[in-house]
Design a protein around this ligand. Structure first.
Ligand code: CTP
Length: 551
Protein backbone atom coordinates (compact mmCIF):
# COMPACT_ATOMS: atom_id res chain seq x y z
CA UNK A 1 0.00 0.00 0.00
CA UNK A 2 1.30 3.43 -0.87
CA UNK A 3 2.62 5.50 2.01
CA UNK A 4 0.71 8.69 1.36
CA UNK A 5 2.01 10.52 4.41
CA UNK A 6 5.57 9.98 3.20
CA UNK A 7 4.58 11.15 -0.29
CA UNK A 8 2.80 14.12 1.24
CA UNK A 9 5.82 15.11 3.27
CA UNK A 10 8.19 14.79 0.36
CA UNK A 11 5.96 16.55 -2.16
CA UNK A 12 4.87 19.55 -0.09
CA UNK A 13 7.05 22.64 0.09
CA UNK A 14 8.36 23.52 3.58
CA UNK A 15 5.77 26.31 3.81
CA UNK A 16 2.98 23.94 2.77
CA UNK A 17 4.14 21.44 5.38
CA UNK A 18 4.05 24.13 8.02
CA UNK A 19 0.58 25.04 6.75
CA UNK A 20 -0.61 21.45 7.23
CA UNK A 21 0.74 21.43 10.80
CA UNK A 22 -0.87 24.76 11.55
CA UNK A 23 -4.30 23.69 10.33
CA UNK A 24 -3.94 20.32 12.05
CA UNK A 25 -3.16 22.04 15.36
CA UNK A 26 -6.19 24.32 15.01
CA UNK A 27 -8.46 21.39 14.13
CA UNK A 28 -7.10 19.33 17.04
CA UNK A 29 -7.66 22.20 19.45
CA UNK A 30 -11.25 22.45 18.21
CA UNK A 31 -11.72 18.68 18.46
CA UNK A 32 -12.41 18.27 14.73
CA UNK A 33 -11.22 15.53 12.40
CA UNK A 34 -9.17 16.89 9.52
CA UNK A 35 -8.65 15.53 6.02
CA UNK A 36 -6.66 16.69 3.07
CA UNK A 37 -8.99 16.51 0.09
CA UNK A 38 -9.53 17.43 -3.55
CA UNK A 39 -6.80 18.65 -5.84
CA UNK A 40 -3.98 18.34 -3.29
CA UNK A 41 -4.46 14.56 -3.10
CA UNK A 42 -4.77 14.30 -6.86
CA UNK A 43 -1.56 16.28 -7.34
CA UNK A 44 0.33 14.32 -4.70
CA UNK A 45 -0.45 11.11 -6.55
CA UNK A 46 0.08 12.44 -10.08
CA UNK A 47 3.26 14.35 -9.34
CA UNK A 48 1.86 17.63 -10.67
CA UNK A 49 2.76 20.70 -8.59
CA UNK A 50 0.62 21.04 -5.47
CA UNK A 51 -0.90 24.46 -5.99
CA UNK A 52 -3.11 24.78 -2.96
CA UNK A 53 -4.21 22.83 0.09
CA UNK A 54 -7.87 21.80 0.31
CA UNK A 55 -8.84 20.63 3.77
CA UNK A 56 -12.13 19.25 4.97
CA UNK A 57 -13.09 19.14 8.64
CA UNK A 58 -15.89 17.26 10.27
CA UNK A 59 -17.37 20.27 12.00
CA UNK A 60 -17.78 23.99 11.42
CA UNK A 61 -14.60 25.20 9.67
CA UNK A 62 -15.42 28.81 10.52
CA UNK A 63 -14.68 28.06 14.15
CA UNK A 64 -10.99 27.69 13.25
CA UNK A 65 -10.75 31.21 11.86
CA UNK A 66 -9.52 33.02 14.99
CA UNK A 67 -6.92 30.42 15.85
CA UNK A 68 -5.60 30.44 12.31
CA UNK A 69 -5.50 34.22 12.13
CA UNK A 70 -3.54 34.29 15.38
CA UNK A 71 -1.07 31.92 13.73
CA UNK A 72 -0.60 34.34 10.82
CA UNK A 73 -3.20 33.19 8.29
CA UNK A 74 -5.02 35.79 6.21
CA UNK A 75 -8.68 35.01 5.63
CA UNK A 76 -9.73 35.91 2.09
CA UNK A 77 -13.32 34.79 2.56
CA UNK A 78 -15.46 33.08 5.15
CA UNK A 79 -18.54 31.58 3.54
CA UNK A 80 -21.31 31.09 6.05
CA UNK A 81 -23.43 28.95 3.79
CA UNK A 82 -20.89 26.23 3.08
CA UNK A 83 -18.88 26.99 6.25
CA UNK A 84 -15.74 27.35 4.19
CA UNK A 85 -12.64 29.46 4.86
CA UNK A 86 -10.46 30.66 2.00
CA UNK A 87 -7.06 31.40 3.45
CA UNK A 88 -3.55 32.43 2.70
CA UNK A 89 -1.32 30.67 5.21
CA UNK A 90 2.12 32.00 6.19
CA UNK A 91 4.57 31.78 3.31
CA UNK A 92 1.82 32.58 0.78
CA UNK A 93 0.30 29.08 0.92
CA UNK A 94 -3.20 29.08 -0.55
CA UNK A 95 -5.64 26.95 1.39
CA UNK A 96 -9.30 26.18 1.73
CA UNK A 97 -10.93 24.59 4.76
CA UNK A 98 -14.47 23.36 4.22
CA UNK A 99 -16.96 21.71 6.50
CA UNK A 100 -17.69 18.14 5.42
CA UNK A 101 -21.17 18.37 3.94
CA UNK A 102 -23.72 16.52 1.92
CA UNK A 103 -25.54 18.21 -0.95
CA UNK A 104 -28.98 17.43 -2.28
CA UNK A 105 -30.16 19.01 -5.54
CA UNK A 106 -33.93 19.32 -5.58
CA UNK A 107 -34.43 21.74 -8.44
CA UNK A 108 -32.31 22.67 -11.46
CA UNK A 109 -30.66 26.05 -11.05
CA UNK A 110 -31.33 26.18 -7.34
CA UNK A 111 -28.52 25.83 -4.82
CA UNK A 112 -28.35 22.41 -3.19
CA UNK A 113 -29.66 21.61 0.27
CA UNK A 114 -26.60 21.30 2.43
CA UNK A 115 -26.08 19.50 5.71
CA UNK A 116 -23.05 18.67 7.89
CA UNK A 117 -21.85 15.21 6.99
CA UNK A 118 -19.13 12.63 7.34
CA UNK A 119 -16.07 12.76 5.14
CA UNK A 120 -17.30 9.87 2.99
CA UNK A 121 -20.63 11.64 2.36
CA UNK A 122 -18.68 14.77 1.52
CA UNK A 123 -16.69 12.95 -1.15
CA UNK A 124 -19.97 12.04 -2.86
CA UNK A 125 -20.82 15.68 -3.55
CA UNK A 126 -17.63 16.29 -5.52
CA UNK A 127 -17.03 16.88 -9.21
CA UNK A 128 -14.70 14.19 -10.57
CA UNK A 129 -13.35 10.89 -9.30
CA UNK A 130 -9.77 12.21 -9.30
CA UNK A 131 -10.91 15.00 -6.96
CA UNK A 132 -13.05 12.84 -4.69
CA UNK A 133 -10.40 11.43 -2.40
CA UNK A 134 -9.47 12.27 1.18
CA UNK A 135 -6.37 11.58 3.22
CA UNK A 136 -6.83 11.34 6.97
CA UNK A 137 -4.48 13.51 9.01
CA UNK A 138 -5.92 12.28 12.30
CA UNK A 139 -4.28 10.24 15.02
CA UNK A 140 -5.18 6.61 14.66
CA UNK A 141 -5.98 6.79 10.95
CA UNK A 142 -3.24 9.17 9.75
CA UNK A 143 -2.31 8.31 6.19
CA UNK A 144 -5.50 6.42 5.40
CA UNK A 145 -6.70 7.24 1.88
CA UNK A 146 -10.42 7.30 1.27
CA UNK A 147 -11.12 6.73 -2.38
CA UNK A 148 -14.73 5.55 -2.75
CA UNK A 149 -14.88 6.26 -6.51
CA UNK A 150 -11.55 4.74 -7.43
CA UNK A 151 -9.91 8.03 -8.27
CA UNK A 152 -6.44 6.50 -8.09
CA UNK A 153 -7.35 4.18 -10.98
CA UNK A 154 -8.57 7.15 -13.04
CA UNK A 155 -5.36 9.00 -12.29
CA UNK A 156 -3.45 5.99 -13.57
CA UNK A 157 -5.71 5.85 -16.64
CA UNK A 158 -5.37 9.65 -17.01
CA UNK A 159 -9.06 10.35 -17.45
CA UNK A 160 -11.54 12.83 -16.02
CA UNK A 161 -14.72 11.06 -14.95
CA UNK A 162 -17.80 12.42 -13.22
CA UNK A 163 -19.19 10.60 -10.20
CA UNK A 164 -22.67 10.03 -11.62
CA UNK A 165 -24.92 10.77 -14.57
CA UNK A 166 -26.42 13.94 -13.11
CA UNK A 167 -23.13 15.61 -12.31
CA UNK A 168 -23.31 18.35 -14.97
CA UNK A 169 -27.01 18.86 -14.54
CA UNK A 170 -26.67 19.41 -10.80
CA UNK A 171 -23.65 21.69 -10.94
CA UNK A 172 -23.04 23.10 -14.44
CA UNK A 173 -19.79 24.71 -13.28
CA UNK A 174 -18.42 21.17 -13.50
CA UNK A 175 -18.47 21.60 -17.30
CA UNK A 176 -16.20 24.63 -17.00
CA UNK A 177 -14.04 22.70 -14.57
CA UNK A 178 -13.91 19.75 -16.93
CA UNK A 179 -12.51 22.04 -19.63
CA UNK A 180 -10.01 23.51 -17.17
CA UNK A 181 -8.71 20.12 -16.04
CA UNK A 182 -8.58 18.57 -19.52
CA UNK A 183 -6.62 21.61 -20.72
CA UNK A 184 -4.26 21.60 -17.78
CA UNK A 185 -3.52 17.90 -17.57
CA UNK A 186 -4.09 17.01 -21.22
CA UNK A 187 -6.30 14.17 -19.95
CA UNK A 188 -9.45 13.45 -21.93
CA UNK A 189 -12.93 13.10 -20.51
CA UNK A 190 -13.87 9.47 -19.98
CA UNK A 191 -16.24 8.28 -22.70
CA UNK A 192 -19.53 8.49 -20.81
CA UNK A 193 -18.48 11.71 -19.13
CA UNK A 194 -17.77 13.14 -22.59
CA UNK A 195 -21.25 12.12 -23.73
CA UNK A 196 -22.84 13.77 -20.66
CA UNK A 197 -20.75 16.85 -21.25
CA UNK A 198 -21.89 17.17 -24.88
CA UNK A 199 -25.47 16.65 -23.83
CA UNK A 200 -25.10 19.29 -21.09
CA UNK A 201 -23.72 21.73 -23.63
CA UNK A 202 -26.52 21.08 -26.12
CA UNK A 203 -29.19 21.38 -23.48
CA UNK A 204 -27.87 24.65 -22.09
CA UNK A 205 -27.24 23.43 -18.55
CA UNK A 206 -24.81 26.29 -18.14
CA UNK A 207 -27.66 28.79 -17.88
CA UNK A 208 -28.34 27.34 -14.46
CA UNK A 209 -24.87 27.93 -13.08
CA UNK A 210 -24.77 29.48 -9.60
CA UNK A 211 -23.31 32.99 -9.54
CA UNK A 212 -21.00 31.95 -6.68
CA UNK A 213 -19.55 29.25 -8.96
CA UNK A 214 -18.84 31.85 -11.66
CA UNK A 215 -16.76 33.90 -9.22
CA UNK A 216 -14.99 30.79 -8.00
CA UNK A 217 -14.02 29.76 -11.52
CA UNK A 218 -12.79 33.26 -12.45
CA UNK A 219 -10.57 33.06 -9.40
CA UNK A 220 -9.26 29.61 -10.31
CA UNK A 221 -8.24 30.87 -13.74
CA UNK A 222 -5.79 33.24 -12.08
CA UNK A 223 -3.85 30.34 -10.60
CA UNK A 224 -3.46 28.32 -13.77
CA UNK A 225 0.07 27.87 -15.08
CA UNK A 226 -1.16 28.51 -18.60
CA UNK A 227 -4.07 30.90 -18.02
CA UNK A 228 -4.21 31.93 -21.64
CA UNK A 229 -4.44 28.33 -22.82
CA UNK A 230 -7.34 27.74 -20.44
CA UNK A 231 -8.98 31.02 -21.50
CA UNK A 232 -8.76 29.94 -25.14
CA UNK A 233 -10.32 26.59 -24.30
CA UNK A 234 -13.11 28.39 -22.42
CA UNK A 235 -13.74 30.58 -25.41
CA UNK A 236 -13.90 27.58 -27.70
CA UNK A 237 -16.34 25.76 -25.44
CA UNK A 238 -18.47 28.87 -24.92
CA UNK A 239 -17.64 29.21 -21.20
CA UNK A 240 -15.79 32.49 -21.35
CA UNK A 241 -18.90 34.50 -22.04
CA UNK A 242 -20.47 32.80 -19.03
CA UNK A 243 -17.75 34.24 -16.83
CA UNK A 244 -18.29 37.65 -18.46
CA UNK A 245 -20.31 38.32 -21.63
CA UNK A 246 -17.71 40.70 -23.06
CA UNK A 247 -14.64 38.67 -22.20
CA UNK A 248 -12.71 37.18 -25.12
CA UNK A 249 -9.15 36.30 -25.96
CA UNK A 250 -8.97 39.62 -27.84
CA UNK A 251 -9.23 41.42 -24.48
CA UNK A 252 -6.07 39.79 -23.19
CA UNK A 253 -2.72 41.54 -23.22
CA UNK A 254 -0.96 38.51 -24.65
CA UNK A 255 2.48 40.12 -24.73
CA UNK A 256 2.14 41.29 -21.11
CA UNK A 257 0.97 37.87 -19.96
CA UNK A 258 3.79 36.14 -21.83
CA UNK A 259 6.36 38.49 -20.31
CA UNK A 260 4.86 37.95 -16.86
CA UNK A 261 5.19 34.18 -17.08
CA UNK A 262 8.69 34.38 -18.51
CA UNK A 263 9.95 36.83 -15.89
CA UNK A 264 8.31 34.79 -13.15
CA UNK A 265 10.22 31.76 -14.37
CA UNK A 266 13.48 33.71 -14.31
CA UNK A 267 12.73 34.93 -10.79
CA UNK A 268 11.93 31.38 -9.68
CA UNK A 269 15.34 30.32 -10.92
CA UNK A 270 16.91 32.99 -8.69
CA UNK A 271 14.95 31.73 -5.69
CA UNK A 272 12.04 34.18 -5.69
CA UNK A 273 8.46 32.92 -5.63
CA UNK A 274 6.28 35.89 -6.50
CA UNK A 275 2.51 35.38 -6.35
CA UNK A 276 1.41 36.07 -9.92
CA UNK A 277 -2.36 35.58 -9.70
CA UNK A 278 -3.25 39.29 -9.37
CA UNK A 279 -1.04 40.19 -12.33
CA UNK A 280 -2.49 37.30 -14.35
CA UNK A 281 -5.95 38.77 -13.86
CA UNK A 282 -4.61 42.20 -14.76
CA UNK A 283 -3.30 41.03 -18.13
CA UNK A 284 -6.21 38.68 -18.84
CA UNK A 285 -8.63 41.59 -18.53
CA UNK A 286 -6.37 44.38 -19.77
CA UNK A 287 -8.70 45.41 -22.61
CA UNK A 288 -11.99 44.91 -20.83
CA UNK A 289 -13.98 47.98 -19.80
CA UNK A 290 -13.92 49.27 -16.24
CA UNK A 291 -17.42 48.06 -15.48
CA UNK A 292 -16.66 44.54 -16.61
CA UNK A 293 -13.50 44.51 -14.54
CA UNK A 294 -15.35 45.62 -11.45
CA UNK A 295 -18.03 42.97 -12.11
CA UNK A 296 -15.33 40.32 -12.27
CA UNK A 297 -13.76 41.63 -9.08
CA UNK A 298 -17.06 41.59 -7.26
CA UNK A 299 -17.64 37.98 -8.25
CA UNK A 300 -14.29 36.66 -6.96
CA UNK A 301 -14.68 35.23 -3.46
CA UNK A 302 -11.07 35.62 -2.34
CA UNK A 303 -10.93 39.27 -1.35
CA UNK A 304 -7.18 39.45 -0.70
CA UNK A 305 -6.68 38.47 -4.35
CA UNK A 306 -9.01 41.23 -5.50
CA UNK A 307 -7.28 43.83 -3.33
CA UNK A 308 -3.87 42.80 -4.64
CA UNK A 309 -5.18 43.05 -8.22
CA UNK A 310 -6.62 46.50 -7.56
CA UNK A 311 -3.40 47.74 -5.94
CA UNK A 312 -1.04 46.55 -8.65
CA UNK A 313 -0.93 49.80 -10.60
CA UNK A 314 -0.55 52.15 -7.68
CA UNK A 315 2.05 49.98 -5.92
CA UNK A 316 4.10 49.68 -9.09
CA UNK A 317 3.82 53.43 -9.61
CA UNK A 318 5.16 54.20 -6.15
CA UNK A 319 8.01 51.69 -6.50
CA UNK A 320 8.91 53.26 -9.86
CA UNK A 321 8.92 56.68 -8.23
CA UNK A 322 11.24 55.52 -5.45
CA UNK A 323 13.52 53.89 -8.01
CA UNK A 324 13.76 57.17 -9.88
CA UNK A 325 14.60 59.21 -6.80
CA UNK A 326 17.50 59.73 -4.40
CA UNK A 327 16.61 56.60 -2.49
CA UNK A 328 17.97 54.67 -5.45
CA UNK A 329 20.81 57.07 -6.21
CA UNK A 330 23.55 54.43 -6.21
CA UNK A 331 23.63 50.75 -7.15
CA UNK A 332 23.90 49.75 -3.47
CA UNK A 333 20.90 51.86 -2.48
CA UNK A 334 18.90 50.53 -5.39
CA UNK A 335 19.92 47.02 -4.40
CA UNK A 336 18.73 47.61 -0.85
CA UNK A 337 15.50 49.18 -2.02
CA UNK A 338 14.70 46.32 -4.38
CA UNK A 339 15.78 43.74 -1.81
CA UNK A 340 13.14 45.01 0.56
CA UNK A 341 10.40 45.32 -2.09
CA UNK A 342 7.82 42.58 -2.52
CA UNK A 343 8.84 40.22 -5.36
CA UNK A 344 5.42 40.53 -7.00
CA UNK A 345 5.84 44.29 -7.20
CA UNK A 346 9.25 43.99 -8.80
CA UNK A 347 7.88 41.43 -11.23
CA UNK A 348 4.92 43.58 -12.24
CA UNK A 349 7.07 46.70 -12.57
CA UNK A 350 9.68 44.82 -14.58
CA UNK A 351 6.99 44.29 -17.21
CA UNK A 352 5.09 47.54 -17.03
CA UNK A 353 7.81 50.14 -16.28
CA UNK A 354 7.67 53.02 -18.71
CA UNK A 355 10.91 54.75 -17.73
CA UNK A 356 13.96 53.15 -19.25
CA UNK A 357 16.06 53.92 -16.15
CA UNK A 358 13.68 52.05 -13.85
CA UNK A 359 13.55 49.03 -16.15
CA UNK A 360 17.36 49.05 -16.34
CA UNK A 361 17.74 49.11 -12.56
CA UNK A 362 15.48 46.09 -12.22
CA UNK A 363 17.41 44.33 -14.94
CA UNK A 364 20.72 45.05 -13.18
CA UNK A 365 19.25 43.80 -9.93
CA UNK A 366 18.50 40.44 -11.48
CA UNK A 367 21.63 40.10 -13.60
CA UNK A 368 24.74 42.28 -13.53
CA UNK A 369 24.77 43.18 -9.85
CA UNK A 370 24.42 39.59 -8.78
CA UNK A 371 27.72 38.78 -10.49
CA UNK A 372 29.53 41.20 -8.19
CA UNK A 373 29.36 38.55 -5.48
CA UNK A 374 32.07 36.67 -7.35
CA UNK A 375 34.43 39.44 -6.33
CA UNK A 376 34.02 38.82 -2.62
CA UNK A 377 37.35 37.27 -1.57
CA UNK A 378 36.03 34.30 0.35
CA UNK A 379 39.28 32.34 0.77
CA UNK A 380 41.03 35.41 2.10
CA UNK A 381 38.12 36.15 4.38
CA UNK A 382 38.37 32.65 5.76
CA UNK A 383 42.08 33.11 6.37
CA UNK A 384 41.17 36.25 8.27
CA UNK A 385 38.69 34.11 10.26
CA UNK A 386 35.77 36.08 8.79
CA UNK A 387 33.57 33.03 8.39
CA UNK A 388 29.83 32.42 8.70
CA UNK A 389 30.48 31.20 12.24
CA UNK A 390 31.18 34.67 13.56
CA UNK A 391 28.21 36.88 14.45
CA UNK A 392 29.55 39.84 12.49
CA UNK A 393 29.83 37.84 9.25
CA UNK A 394 26.48 38.81 7.69
CA UNK A 395 27.12 42.50 8.12
CA UNK A 396 30.73 42.36 6.98
CA UNK A 397 29.84 40.29 3.91
CA UNK A 398 26.98 42.58 3.05
CA UNK A 399 29.08 45.72 3.52
CA UNK A 400 31.78 44.36 1.23
CA UNK A 401 29.20 43.47 -1.36
CA UNK A 402 27.61 46.92 -1.28
CA UNK A 403 30.98 48.68 -1.47
CA UNK A 404 31.97 46.50 -4.42
CA UNK A 405 28.63 47.25 -6.05
CA UNK A 406 29.27 50.99 -5.82
CA UNK A 407 32.83 50.60 -7.09
CA UNK A 408 34.23 51.82 -3.77
CA UNK A 409 36.45 48.79 -3.46
CA UNK A 410 38.11 48.63 -6.82
CA UNK A 411 40.66 45.87 -6.32
CA UNK A 412 41.37 42.83 -4.21
CA UNK A 413 44.02 44.80 -2.34
CA UNK A 414 41.53 47.50 -1.47
CA UNK A 415 39.02 44.89 -0.38
CA UNK A 416 41.53 43.15 1.85
CA UNK A 417 42.58 46.47 3.31
CA UNK A 418 38.98 47.04 4.23
CA UNK A 419 38.58 43.55 5.68
CA UNK A 420 41.76 43.22 7.74
CA UNK A 421 40.73 45.50 10.62
CA UNK A 422 37.47 43.57 10.85
CA UNK A 423 39.15 40.19 11.37
CA UNK A 424 38.43 38.66 14.76
CA UNK A 425 41.44 37.93 16.99
CA UNK A 426 42.88 34.43 16.72
CA UNK A 427 41.39 31.98 19.20
CA UNK A 428 43.40 31.46 22.39
CA UNK A 429 45.52 28.30 22.36
CA UNK A 430 43.80 25.46 24.18
CA UNK A 431 45.21 24.47 27.55
CA UNK A 432 47.95 21.86 27.45
CA UNK A 433 46.91 18.23 27.78
CA UNK A 434 46.70 17.16 31.37
CA UNK A 435 49.31 14.70 32.57
CA UNK A 436 48.50 11.01 32.47
CA UNK A 437 49.41 8.54 35.03
CA UNK A 438 50.14 4.85 34.72
CA UNK A 439 50.93 2.76 31.67
CA UNK A 440 48.78 4.69 29.21
CA UNK A 441 50.72 7.85 29.97
CA UNK A 442 53.80 6.63 28.20
CA UNK A 443 51.91 5.64 25.09
CA UNK A 444 50.08 8.95 25.08
CA UNK A 445 53.33 10.84 25.44
CA UNK A 446 54.79 8.96 22.47
CA UNK A 447 51.69 9.65 20.39
CA UNK A 448 51.74 13.31 21.37
CA UNK A 449 55.39 13.61 20.46
CA UNK A 450 54.71 12.05 17.07
CA UNK A 451 52.23 14.74 16.12
CA UNK A 452 53.68 17.56 18.12
CA UNK A 453 55.88 19.24 15.51
CA UNK A 454 53.22 20.19 12.93
CA UNK A 455 50.73 21.05 15.64
CA UNK A 456 53.28 23.03 17.54
CA UNK A 457 54.04 24.91 14.38
CA UNK A 458 50.52 26.20 14.41
CA UNK A 459 50.75 26.83 18.09
CA UNK A 460 48.26 24.10 19.02
CA UNK A 461 49.66 21.07 20.70
CA UNK A 462 48.05 17.66 20.74
CA UNK A 463 46.73 15.45 17.96
CA UNK A 464 42.99 15.96 18.24
CA UNK A 465 43.40 19.59 19.05
CA UNK A 466 45.75 20.22 16.19
CA UNK A 467 43.09 18.96 13.82
CA UNK A 468 40.40 20.94 15.47
CA UNK A 469 42.32 24.16 15.50
CA UNK A 470 43.25 23.81 11.88
CA UNK A 471 39.66 23.23 10.87
CA UNK A 472 38.53 26.83 10.43
CA UNK A 473 41.65 27.75 8.50
CA UNK A 474 41.65 25.05 5.84
CA UNK A 475 38.36 23.39 5.01
CA UNK A 476 36.17 26.41 5.37
CA UNK A 477 37.06 28.19 2.14
CA UNK A 478 36.42 25.07 0.13
CA UNK A 479 33.26 24.28 1.98
CA UNK A 480 31.95 27.75 2.43
CA UNK A 481 32.61 28.91 -1.09
CA UNK A 482 29.31 27.55 -2.45
CA UNK A 483 27.55 28.64 0.69
CA UNK A 484 28.81 32.10 -0.06
CA UNK A 485 25.88 32.67 -2.39
CA UNK A 486 23.82 33.98 0.47
CA UNK A 487 26.37 36.75 0.92
CA UNK A 488 24.46 38.35 -1.87
CA UNK A 489 20.93 38.10 -0.67
CA UNK A 490 19.15 36.03 -3.26
CA UNK A 491 15.67 36.56 -1.91
CA UNK A 492 14.94 40.16 -1.15
CA UNK A 493 12.54 39.75 1.71
CA UNK A 494 14.64 37.19 3.45
CA UNK A 495 17.77 39.09 2.50
CA UNK A 496 18.95 39.74 6.00
CA UNK A 497 18.33 36.19 7.05
CA UNK A 498 19.90 34.87 3.91
CA UNK A 499 23.10 36.78 4.36
CA UNK A 500 23.89 34.65 7.37
CA UNK A 501 23.49 31.10 6.14
CA UNK A 502 21.36 29.42 8.71
CA UNK A 503 23.18 26.15 8.30
CA UNK A 504 26.77 26.72 7.30
CA UNK A 505 26.64 23.19 6.00
CA UNK A 506 29.95 21.61 6.73
CA UNK A 507 31.64 24.12 9.00
CA UNK A 508 29.13 22.97 11.59
CA UNK A 509 30.72 19.55 11.47
CA UNK A 510 34.10 21.12 12.01
CA UNK A 511 32.75 22.90 15.00
CA UNK A 512 31.73 19.55 16.41
CA UNK A 513 35.22 18.25 15.95
CA UNK A 514 36.86 21.17 17.65
CA UNK A 515 34.47 21.68 20.50
CA UNK A 516 34.42 18.41 22.36
CA UNK A 517 38.14 17.90 21.92
CA UNK A 518 38.84 20.81 24.20
CA UNK A 519 35.65 20.99 26.19
CA UNK A 520 36.33 18.18 28.66
CA UNK A 521 39.71 19.65 29.43
CA UNK A 522 38.13 22.96 30.27
CA UNK A 523 35.29 21.43 32.22
CA UNK A 524 37.21 18.94 34.28
CA UNK A 525 40.82 19.91 34.38
CA UNK A 526 41.51 17.81 37.41
CA UNK A 527 40.24 14.51 35.99
CA UNK A 528 42.68 13.40 33.35
CA UNK A 529 41.10 9.99 32.74
CA UNK A 530 37.96 11.68 31.40
CA UNK A 531 39.78 13.98 29.06
CA UNK A 532 40.67 11.22 26.67
CA UNK A 533 37.41 9.28 26.60
CA UNK A 534 35.06 12.02 25.41
CA UNK A 535 37.62 13.09 22.84
CA UNK A 536 37.64 9.58 21.45
CA UNK A 537 33.87 9.52 21.35
CA UNK A 538 33.85 12.82 19.55
CA UNK A 539 36.23 11.54 17.00
CA UNK A 540 34.04 8.55 16.38
CA UNK A 541 31.08 10.86 15.94
CA UNK A 542 32.94 13.12 13.58
CA UNK A 543 34.04 10.14 11.59
CA UNK A 544 30.58 8.68 11.30
CA UNK A 545 28.95 11.80 9.88
CA UNK A 546 30.67 12.11 6.53
CA UNK A 547 30.04 8.41 6.00
CA UNK A 548 26.29 9.05 6.17
CA UNK A 549 26.55 11.94 3.77
CA UNK A 550 28.47 9.87 1.32
CA UNK A 551 25.55 7.40 0.90
N1 CTP B 1 -15.15 20.94 -5.95
C1 CTP B 1 -16.26 20.29 -6.51
N2 CTP B 1 -17.08 20.98 -7.33
C2 CTP B 1 -16.86 22.28 -7.60
C3 CTP B 1 -15.76 22.94 -7.03
C4 CTP B 1 -14.90 22.23 -6.22
O1 CTP B 1 -16.44 19.11 -6.28
N3 CTP B 1 -17.70 22.93 -8.39
C5 CTP B 1 -14.28 20.15 -5.04
C6 CTP B 1 -13.36 19.19 -5.77
O2 CTP B 1 -13.20 18.06 -4.96
C7 CTP B 1 -12.07 19.96 -5.83
C8 CTP B 1 -12.07 20.72 -4.53
O3 CTP B 1 -13.45 21.02 -4.30
O4 CTP B 1 -10.96 19.11 -5.93
C9 CTP B 1 -11.29 22.00 -4.52
O5 CTP B 1 -11.66 22.83 -5.58
P1 CTP B 1 -10.62 23.64 -6.46
O6 CTP B 1 -9.58 24.22 -5.59
O7 CTP B 1 -11.36 24.51 -7.37
O8 CTP B 1 -10.03 22.54 -7.38
P2 CTP B 1 -8.77 21.62 -7.23
O9 CTP B 1 -9.25 20.26 -7.59
O10 CTP B 1 -8.10 21.80 -5.95
O11 CTP B 1 -7.89 22.08 -8.41
P3 CTP B 1 -6.80 23.20 -8.49
O12 CTP B 1 -5.58 22.41 -8.76
O13 CTP B 1 -7.24 24.01 -9.63
O14 CTP B 1 -6.78 23.96 -7.22
Amino acid sequence: MADYIYTLETRLSPDQQKGVTLVLDAAKAAGMNLYLTGGAIRDIITGFPIRDLDFTVQGNALKLQKDLERAGAVVGDADNETRTLLLTLPGGVRAEIAMARSERYDKQGKPPQMAPATIIEDLRRRDFTVNAMALSLNEGSRGLLMDPFNGVADIEAKVIRVLHNYAFLEDPSRMIRATRFTTRFHWPLEERTQARYESGKENGYIEYIQSSSIGYEIEQLAYEDDPQGVLKAYEKEGWLKVLNPRWSTAKVDTAGLGALMKTRQQMNELGYTPEVAPAVLYFLTERLGEKDISDLRRAIPRKDLVEAWKDLDSNAHSLAKRLSGKEAGTPSRTWQLLSSARPEMILFLAITARQQAVAQKIKNFFTKWRQVQQKIPLPEMTELRITPQIPAYPKIANDVFLLLLDGKLRSRTETLKFLKPLAPPPPPPPPPPSAKRGRGAKAAAVAAAAVAPPAAASGKPGKGKGKAAAAPATPVPVKSAPAAKPVVPVKPVAAERHVAPVKPAKPAADAKVSQPASAPVVKKPGKPAKTTKPAAKTKAKANSKPKKKGK
